[in-house]
Design a protein around this ligand. Structure first.
Ligand code: FES
Length: 113
């Protein structure tokens, strides 16, 4: 997916964030920290509310098949994978991607060519 594809992404009524909690890519406690931080932001901004114009759901999930480089997550239905995510990066993803609909290219999963 190129930068042009990112620009064409339109807001989605419900986004789902799946964070790998499998424990092979990084210790599960790191994934839980990112999950708890993101969940706190979602709740603070009431994006978990059924009445919210753009809802976000977040959960720990199984393996996302990119088992290296730290905490990995995927935002659906955008199908955008991020890796090596910490709480600070998760917060940037929350505000820039989930609220402003602009995925963060520098945090995205980059498969080996
Ligand atoms: S174990 Fe985390 S992505 Fe595979």
């Amino acid at each position: 997916m190129s930068n042009n594809d990112i620009a064409s992404i339109s807001p989605n009524r419900v986004r789902r964030v799946y964070i790998c909690g499998n424990g092979k890519c990084i210790h599960r406690s790191a994934a839980e920290s990112v999950f708890n931080h993101l969940l706190g932001l979602i709740r603070t901004h009431q994006m978990d509310n059924f009445e919210a114009p753009y809802r976000v759901k977040c959960q720990l999930a199984g393996c996302l098949d990119i088992c290296t480089n730290g905490v990995t997550l995927v935002v659906q239905p955008d199908s955008i994978y991020y890796w090596n995510i910490d709480e600070e990066k998760a917060e940037k993803i929350f505000f820039q991607h989930l609220i402003n609909n602009q995925p963060i290219e520098e945090f995205r999963y980059q498969p080996n060519p």
